[in-house]
Design a protein around this ligand. Structure first.
Ligand code: ATP
Ligand code: MG
Length: 577
């Protein structure tokens, strides 16, 4: 852990305060959290906020964090997502204590449901889905009780067992909690606990044709795993009374017999009474975070897949060049609260710059080449100049950069008719070539194809170590030796959407696709110094004066250099909107 990582994690927030108090009061011996993704898509930057919170709290307070795949819904899951989720968490640098599936607990959920029936707290209801809706009431009107609400315990047990045995078709019956149809909180109006669904499940196969509802399964999974603090986003605030109701009525700590199916599998769990705490979810401008919209982008081929470097998925961010440390830094900077807010995309980019500025080695690369020839050196002149890999961190060492009289510089660093305040090269003007000395542009030669070449003389007295080395000129530019440079494909990525709120006026519809930024991906053929081309795949560098780049995870290899732009050196979007 670096010093800035440690100091950033020393921050506090209302959830950490609760954890601290609970531990001080002796309410728990150990803090236990969990990260509970539904395996129906790839993790995105919003999930990173939750991961950093759950794993961070476990680390800081000497506790543990489980990875629980919330797979209660059989129709929607895909093993491809499960693998990706695991990979992403490991990549972020976190290790889960136990890997569990909500489906591991199906038998416990079932036994707990029978207990609720025996206690008169659950009943089998024959109303159709439509009728249930009609009976539910509204925010201002109480609901009506189901005519099946007062069935005897024996009849309920019999029907529930037959539901499990597969005697009834989908939707014919549900098991419902018996709470209060007049409750102000609609979630408490006899919510469904089980529904019939004759659909095989990725983990349990054909063993079940009834499946538990999220609100029932989630709190019990927490209790089974001994989770002390169940952290979730604000949409679940209204579900908390129901969460607490199930925890209290099933009362796992006092009914260890319900855990027998797990003990038979050799799992020893200490059931707890978990506490749900809600925090605001991450919203970020210039992007979309709902899984459904991300699936649309991939499905309609608006991007090149889940790991397209423009995607806000962890796989996309990784390929773009975001580091685990930069994502943790981002999460720590935005903090945790109950206030909903929209975070500026620039905050995410700045976290990456701050991480890479400290750690990324520097290299020279020219993206839009312009030829510059030094006329007062012999044509076959060749040198190996020593360059530090980092201006502030000598521990990153030095490298040799080949130099010869024929160079590539950036087109932008020369202007025939410069605007006011332009400090780079102009006809008759001078500029410092980084690490070489001062050149004067004596002549601009235009070839038949319109391409220009700059013919320059090098002030030999201005070279490093010479008496005139300190002579001041306004601009310094970078270069690569044309004879030695290696061609590279350079992918210039930018924000995927060109408006701050691509969802605006279109909650749920496909209209967000109209706001895709047409310039979010441009590819140029540039030249890089040999030491850049030979980097392994997935290595971050700063191309001096240009930005941070990463060798592409998939396409970069010896003999075929491919760089993705991670982020520019400065925020070019500030003030644009
Ligand atoms: P989506 O709405 O994108 O489908 P989800 O909330 O359904 O996301 P889950 O797989 O259920 O995704 O989420 C796993 C965990 O990550 C949950 O605890 C959820 O609250 C949290 N999470 C998901 N999105 C965000 C977000 N934008 N900000 C913070 N936490 C999030
Ligand atoms: Mg969800």
């Amino acid at each position: 852990m670096t010093a800035d990582h440690a100091s950033e994690t020393a921050r506090t927030d209302f959830i950490r305060n609760i954890v601290r108090e609970d531990l001080a009061a002796g309410r728990h011996a150990r803090v236990r959290t969990r990260f509970p993704p539904e395996p129906n898509g790839y993790l995105h930057i919003g999930h990173a906020k939750s991961l950093v919170l759950n794993f961070g709290i476990a680390e800081e307070f000497g506790g543990t964090c489980n990875l629980r795949l919330d797979d209660t819904n059989p129709a929607k899951e895909d093993p491809e997502y499960v693998e990706a989720i695991k990979q992403d968490i490991l990549w972020l640098g976190y290790r889960w204590h136990e890997l569990r599936h909500a489906s591991d607990y199906f038998e416990v959920f079932y036994l707990a449901a029978e207990k609720l029936i025996r206690d008169g707290l659950a009943f089998v209801c024959d109303l159709s889905a439509e009728e249930v809706r009609a009976f539910r009431g509204t925010l201002t009107e109480p609901g009506r009780e189901s005519p099946w609400r007062n069935r005897s315990v024996e009849e309920n047990l019999d029907l529930f067992r037959r539901m499990r045995a597969g005697e009834f078709p989908d939707g014919a019956r549900t098991l419902r909690a018996r709470i209060d149809m007049a409750a102000g909180n609609i979630n408490l109006r006899d919510p469904a606990i089980y529904r019939i669904k004759h659909v095989p499940h990725q983990n349990t196969g054909n063993a079940w044709c009834i499946y538990p509802m999220y609100d029932y399964a989630h709190c019990l999974s927490d209790a089974i795993e001994g989770i002390t603090h169940s952290l979730c986003t604000l949409e679940f605030e209204d579900h908390r009374p129901l969460y607490d109701w199930f925890i209290e009525k099933v009362d796992l700590p006092r009914h260890p017999e319900l855990l027998a199916p797990l003990r038979e599998r050799g799992w020893h769990t200490t059931a707890a009474r978990p506490r749900q705490i809600e925090f605001s979810r991450l919203n970020i401008n210039y992007t979309v975070l709902s899984k459904r919209k991300l699936i649309t982008l991939v499905g309609e081929k608006r991007v090149e897949g889940w790991d397209d470097p423009r995607m806000p998925t962890l796989q996309g961010l990784r390929r773009r060049g975001f580091t685990p440390a930069s994502l943790r830094l981002f999460a720590q900077r935005i903090g945790i609260s109950k206030q909903n807010s929209l975070i500026d995309y620039g905050v995410l980019e700045q976290a990456l710059r701050d991480d890479l500025d400290a750690h990324a080695p520097r290299r020279l690369a020219v993206l839009n080449p312009l030829r510059l020839v030094i006329t007062n050196l012999p044509a076959d002149h060749e040198e190996r100049l020593r360059f530090p890999n980092h201006p502030k961190d000598p521990s990153l060492g030095e490298r040799e950069v080949p130099f010869s009289p024929e160079l590539w510089i950036e087109q932008d660093d020369f202007a025939e008719d410069p605007p006011k305040g332009f400090h780079r090269l102009r006809p008759g003007g001078e500029v410092r070539l980084r690490g070489v000395g001062i050149v004067r542009c004596d002549e601009v030669v235009r070839g038949e194809d319109g391409a220009i070449e700059l013919r320059c003389s090098l002030d030999l007295d201005s070279r490093p170590g010479r008496p005139g080395a300190d002579r001041k000129v306004k601009g310094t530019i970078h270069w690569v030796s044309a004879r030695h440079a290696v061609p590279a494909e350079i992918r210039l990525y930018d924000r995927l959407f060109d408006v701050p709120d691509p969802d605006d006026g279109d909650r749920g519809g496909p209209g967000f696709l109209a706001h895709l930024n047409p310039d979010s991906r441009r590819v140029v053929q540039g030249w890089v110094e040999p030491e850049a081309a030979s980097l392994p795949a997935e290595t971050s560098v700063q191309f001096e004066r240009t930005g941070y780049f990463i060798t592409d995870r998939h396409d970069h290899r010896a003999g075929s250099a491919v760089f993705n732009r991670s982020v520019t050196l400065r925020d070019t979007w500030a003030g644009r909107s």
